[in-house]
Design a protein around this ligand. Structure first.
Ligand SMILES: Cc1cc2nc3c(=O)[nH]c(=O)nc-3n(C[C@H](O)[C@H](O)[C@H](O)COP(=O)(O)OP(=O)(O)OC[C@H]3O[C@@H](n4cnc5c(N)ncnc54)[C@H](O)[C@@H]3O)c2cc1C
Length: 448
């Protein structure tokens, strides 16, 4: 890797045109939309997936590539276990190597309190048959040799995986297309089409598509589109920076993190590093509006978020971003084909130094590339996976809260079942949209 692989200059792989009619329209070509389209197409439905920029141009290519069961919310875990199995099957159905590797995931414990939190989570793993183990410091040294830092121990899940997201999600899109889904890039949905109170399709920049069912998997943009139609979702997005370091000898085949740095080897032999537990919020009108819902999260982790006064122009919560627009006017979605925040340069430098301090035998690595993504998050750090009662025909899968890549195929399979009336196979009560407005007490996901 020398630069970030997907950008607004990338060639369009799926030019369309979109058909005028479909059984289901899926909005958003990230891992959630792509896998939803895949399972719907396999069910024999006529599916159209619309992506305003490029497949996987936003979070779904910019993430760390961790496919982890470890540390999940107990209600997410069964879906994630399903996703783990799905990744392994789907990887054999792509015609490219997506870098899927069962290298494990390790959370390094700096304090006894960290170990206690890990010990408290471990029974959830056992209940779902996940092979999570608590390791001693000596076992950590054996697992990840060459680390200069010593730890109290770690939590480790051997069956957790990693993949190269910028390869994996476009490859999944290829499977969806071969299953019969029509994918259209560079085609923003401006509005839902609604008649007599129910969804009848979408209005796109290329015209209308009639469809009785629509799935919104718009990542950081979902709340903006919903708000236009009177549905309020306290979704915000935070910037997270990643640095891709030069090739170095393999220290550990999986992903590991402490409170300062998270790292994993890439398929090209380098390491991707990021600041574990650090992100930045550009404060805009939605942030002010949603603040009361986020107080529990802010109290639990007062220093995990850095606040920046103003989003760049055109970001979902930008001060100047329109909240209402006409169907025949250019919408905020086509004005920002790919949400591409500048990485935090100081953080990139610090990560490089930190990695060199952590692994002194690997020398001082060079940064080959750096990028950032806007993570869409919810007040309780778990997603919304639900049918929207106020708009019959609309299903929403969004707010993956920084861990949607790994669980993506599981959520896609569940969303497709919600659309077809099939069995989602999991209790989705925790992921209801109304939980933020119906008096449900705020229960934070573990955010481990
Ligand atoms: C730096 C970083 C590290 C992360 N690390 C991990 C990790 O290691 N493991 C993990 O599991 N998760 C991780 N995540 C989170 C994970 O990437 C996301 O949760 C996941 O990719 C979300 O997928 P999505 O499909 O919901 O959203 P996205 O990938 O953001 O896709 C949404 C798509 O919808 C499109 N869209 C929006 N509105 C419209 C519209 N109106 N019309 C047409 N198209 C539209 C957008 O252009 C976008 O492409 C990380 C995220 C980041 C940014």
């Amino acid at each position: 890797m020398t630069g970030f692989p997907i950008s607004a200059q990338s060639p369009i792989t799926w030019p369309g045109p979109a058909p005028a009619q479909a059984d289901v329209v899926v909005i958003g070509g990230g891992v959630i939309g792509v896998t939803t389209a895949l399972f719907l197409a396999r069910d024999g439905l006529r599916v159209v997936l619309l992506e305003k920029g490029r497949i996987a141009g936003e979070q779904s290519s910019r993430n760390w590539g961790w496919i982890r069961q470890q540390g999940r919310d107990p209600d997410e875990l069964p879906i994630m276990v399903e996703a783990n199995a799905l990744w392994q099957t789907l990887a054999t159905e792509t015609n490219v190597d997506i870098g899927l590797t069962q290298g494990g995931v390790t959370y390094l414990a700096e304090t006894d309190a960290d170990m206690a939190r890990y010990a408290a989570w471990e029974p959830h793993a056992r209940a779902c048959g996940v092979d999570t183990a608590l390791l001693s410091d000596a076992e950590v040294q054996g697992l990840i040799p060459g680390m200069a830092r010593r730890y109290k121990g770690a939590m480790h899940t051997r069956t957790d995986m990693r993949a190269e997201p910028w390869v994996a999600v476009p490859a999944l899109a290829g499977i969806a297309a071969r299953a019969g889904a029509t994918l259209v890039e560079n085609c923003a949905v401006r509005a839902f089409d609604i008649a007599a109170g129910r969804i009848t399709g979408v209005v796109t920049e290329q015209g209308r598509i009639a469809a009785p069912e629509v799935v919104l998997a718009g990542g950081a943009w979902s709340a903006l589109l919903l708000r236009r139609h009177g549905v309020s979702l306290p979704q915000l997005s935070v910037r997270a920076t990643v640095a891709a370091l030069d090739a170095a000898p393999m220290a550990y085949a999986g992903g590991a993190t402490d409170s300062r740095i998270a790292f994993r080897p890439r398929a090209d032999g380098g390491y991707s590093v990021a600041a574990g537990g650090f992100h930045e919020l550009f404060v805009g009108p939605d942030a002010f509006r949603a603040l009361p819902k986020y107080l529990t999260q802010l109290r639990a982790d007062p220093f995990g978020t850095r606040f920046l006064p103003k989003a760049p122009n055109g970001f979902p919560d930008g001060w100047g971003t329109p909240r209402h627009w006409a169907e025949d006017a250019v919408s905020p979605f086509e004005q920002q084909r790919i949400l591409n925040p500048e990485p935090n340069a100081a953080k990139v430098r610090a990560l490089c130094t930190d990695f060199a301090t952590m692994f002194p035998d690997l020398g001082t690595p060079r940064t080959k590339a750096a990028w950032a993504g806007m993570i869409d998050t919810m007040p309780d750090v778990v997603p919304v996976i639900d049918r929207i009662a106020a708009l019959p025909g609309l299903t929403v899968g969004t707010g993956m809260s920084g861990h949607g890549f790994g669980i993506g195929p599981g959520v896609g399979r569940v969303l497709s079942a919600l659309v077809t009336g099939g069995d989602p196979g999991h209790d989705l009560g925790r992921f209801r949209c109304d939980r933020f407005s119906d008096g449900t007490p705020m229960r934070l996901g573990p955010a481990l």
